[in-house]
Ligand binder design. Sequence first.
Ligand SMILES: NC(=O)c1ccc[n+]([C@@H]2O[C@H](COP(=O)([O-])OP(=O)(O)OC[C@H]3O[C@@H](n4cnc5c(N)ncnc54)[C@H](OP(=O)(O)O)[C@@H]3O)[C@@H](O)[C@H]2O)c1
Length: 368
Amino acid sequence: MSTLLIYGSYGFVGGLIAEKAIDRGLDPILAGRDRERLREQVADLEQPGRRFSLEDPVTVATALEDVDCVLNCAGPFSNTAEPLVEGCLRSETDYVDITGEIPVIESIHDRDAAATEAGITLLPAAALSTIPMDCLAAHLADRLPEATHLSLGVDSFRVPSIGTLRTVIEGADTENAVRRDGDLESAPTGWKTREIDFGRGERPAVTMPMGDVSTAHYTTGIPNVEMYAVMPQPARTALRLHRYLSPVFESKPVRWTLKQLAGVREGPSERARDRGSAYVWGEARTEGEGGAEGERVVSRLVTPDPYVVTVDGAVTVAERVLAGDADAGFQTPAGAFGADFVFELEGVEGFFDEETPAETSPVNPLLQ
Ligand SMILES: NC(=O)c1ccc[n+]([C@@H]2O[C@H](COP(=O)([O-])OP(=O)(O)OC[C@H]3O[C@@H](n4cnc5c(N)ncnc54)[C@H](OP(=O)(O)O)[C@@H]3O)[C@@H](O)[C@H]2O)c1
């Protein structure tokens, strides 16, 4: 049987992923750098454990020698993806993660040639961001192959885990928020707002530097990509103030308060996860002469709660990679498994295609 190692297995999402992987009979090795937390989880889940940190590439490669696929759940991934990818290249181990960080996805994309030569798959962002949006992007590109512009959006706002908050705040700088003519360009988070109908009436969404800006481009080849998310007004304000909030967030009292808000498991409760959902929207269009409006297609998708999709998606991707279904080199979820891959996830039914192209929704230049 192939061997799966889950790194960061005792974090909030890592723990849920470990339990799901065990339920599906994958018999994972649990791994991370904290001896105590790992020991506790190993005893609780009765699985083998492996403690190692990521400072030394030789240590990482040695720890992965007998492993067929690593599933990295240790975020922020700006600190963990590079050493694990490096270790995977040395030990010829496939790599999957749940990052949503654009610079991380881009740096993994940069290792495409090395991964192809080593015969391993590198598949980042096997999570809410980006599986549903990536599959929707592939579906839209199938509907309008000559599309030049792609806009994607997600309406799923909920209290996130502490780890997600930390990652969003650490990564919410002005880098790499939008793709124009094939290149990533800096733009502040929330630089543009747009009324989007996710299937239950129009809601204000703001541009977000989510990993889909990278993956959707690599999956479809569409040169212009923007990613929107619905945010309540307080969160939009917080995003605009994020530079001032970052140091505050790192303080112990604030982290403690956030933990109380998010719940004792450092993330949304099982009840909240069971009731949650995500509404995903996408628009592909062509540009006519002199920037005039060309053809436009819109499709939508409804999924279970973001954390349910992330857990199910990560484990399903790992299963497919272990089965040898993904090619060597850098891969995106839909690039590896096709637009319909999202329907392998529990509770995801089908694409809702808008048959009659509607007028383009008004785009407001800047958030006041
Ligand atoms: N793409 C998506 O849609 C999506 C969805 C959900 C979550 N996520 C991301 O998934 C990540 C995990 O979220 P979470 O809620 O599970 O966070 P969490 O509870 O804080 O867990 C993070 C885990 O990463 C480990 N870790 C962090 N930095 C490390 C380092 N430098 N070396 C080794 N281990 C390290 C931590 O171990 P220690 O205790 O040893 O530090 C812990 O096990 C976040 O980055 C979040 O943004 C993405």
